[in-house]
Design a protein around this ligand. Structure first.
Ligand SMILES: Nc1ncnc2c1ncn2[C@@H]1O[C@H](COP(=O)(O)OP(=O)(O)OP(=O)(O)O)[C@@H](O)[C@H]1O
Ligand SMILES: [Mg+2]
Length: 316
């Protein structure tokens, strides 16, 4: 029972044309709970999920899901998993209920069992009022939910969600989050990918940051933030002063985030004082100032920027 839900060891995958999507990736996801994969575009997240879901064969290394090898025991793995995200299995011309019932039948349920399981799942994901409309009339958020519903028919032990809330409005996002939390509370292990750092921060028990098919770091959100260490100074300035401020602050490695300038603040208040001195010399005055601990965005930027410069050779 202490086996991990997912055990990945030295996984490699190279696509034709030379892209090394996975480059010796290893990670463990323990049973229950929510695990997030973070990484910039092209990091290898979807490739990993497709391998774990038996849709793609790795070139090397091993991957076990619920103790079963994804290559040698692909059929067994398929019975234990659910997958939702970029590979929507639903038919636009059918209603939500028809889709879910049909997938239940494909799973070998009797007509009666499929009907009642569909009703149960549609209620659970909050689609019961829209259940009898064609899926083509659904909004983006409703589509994400019907995808998720389809992945739940088989009562998966391990659920893969590839960008479950991309393009979903904030209210629907929160609904989806609470649904995912409920599933995890019932004992399902959830592995999700996301482009949204706040999603990983709020939803995931543990987070892996990957880039160029390799694991950069892994841990709870708090551990990742603590490891990055440095606090951050945030400065708001009038828009017409931003360029001049970026120049004045060069010694402190500033980074621009819309109308705001962010500075790594290894020396906390001393960095803040240094920044204020530089701005003062340039006759610039911030409209707002803050000093705070690192966010997951800071962690992500620090890790993936560093990795980009260090590993540019690997694409050769
Ligand atoms: N079928 C394919 N053929 C060739 N190259 C591929 C294929 N699928 C993915 N790749 C490449 O493998 C790398 C990893 O892609 P992957 O889709 O796993 O990234 P990702 O982390 O999911 O990115 P995103 O955040 O954009 O979804 C990328 O360089 C991509 O171009
Ligand atoms: Mg992807």
């Amino acid at each position: 029972m202490n086996d991990p839900a997912i055990a990945v060891d030295g996984l490699t995958k190279q696509f034709r044309g030379g892209t090394r999507a996975l480059d010796g990736l290893s990670l463990r996801v323990s049973r229950g709970g929510i695990y997030a994969l973070l990484g910039p575009n092209g990091a290898g997240k979807t490739t990993l999920i497709r391998i774990l879901a038996t849709l793609l064969r790795p070139d090397g290394g091993t991957a076990l899901v619920a103790g079963h090898d994804v290559v040698a025991e692909a059929g067994r793995v398929r019975q234990l998993i659910g997958l939702a995200g970029q590979f929507a299995a639903v038919d636009d011309h059918l209603t939500g209920r028809e889709n879910i019932t049909m997938i239940g039948r494909l799973y070998g349920l009797t007509r009666r069992a499929a009907t009642s399981r569909a009703a149960e799942i549609l209620t659970r994901i909050g689609l019961d009022t829209a259940a009898d409309r064609q899926v083509k009339t659904y909004s983006g958020g409703m589509r994400r939910r019907i995808d998720l519903a389809a992945s739940l028919i088989g009562r998966p032990q391990v659920l893969f969600l590839d960008e479950p809330t991309t393009g979903v409005d904030p209210a629907s996002r929160h609904d989806l989050w609470s649904l995912v939390r409920d599933l995890a509370a019932d004992g399902t292990t959830v592995l999700l990918t996301t482009q949204y750092l706040d999603e990983a921060d709020q939803l995931a028990d543990r987070i892996a940051v990957i880039d160029h098919g390799r694991l950069l770091t892994e841990g709870t959100a708090t551990e990742l933030k603590d490891r990055t260490g440095a606090a951050v100074v945030e400065l708001d300035l009038p828009p017409h002063q931003l360029d001049a401020a970026m120049t004045a602050l060069q010694p402190l490695a500033p980074r621009r985030d819309r109308d705001r300038i962010l500075l790594p603040a290894p020396d906390g208040p001393l960095t803040l004082r240094h920044a204020m001195g530089l701005l003062d010399q340039a006759d610039l005055t911030p409209t707002d100032i803050a000093l705070h601990g690192p966010t997951l965005d800071d962690v992500f930027l620090a890790l993936t920027r560093h990795n980009t410069s260090r590993s540019a050779r690997s694409t050769a």
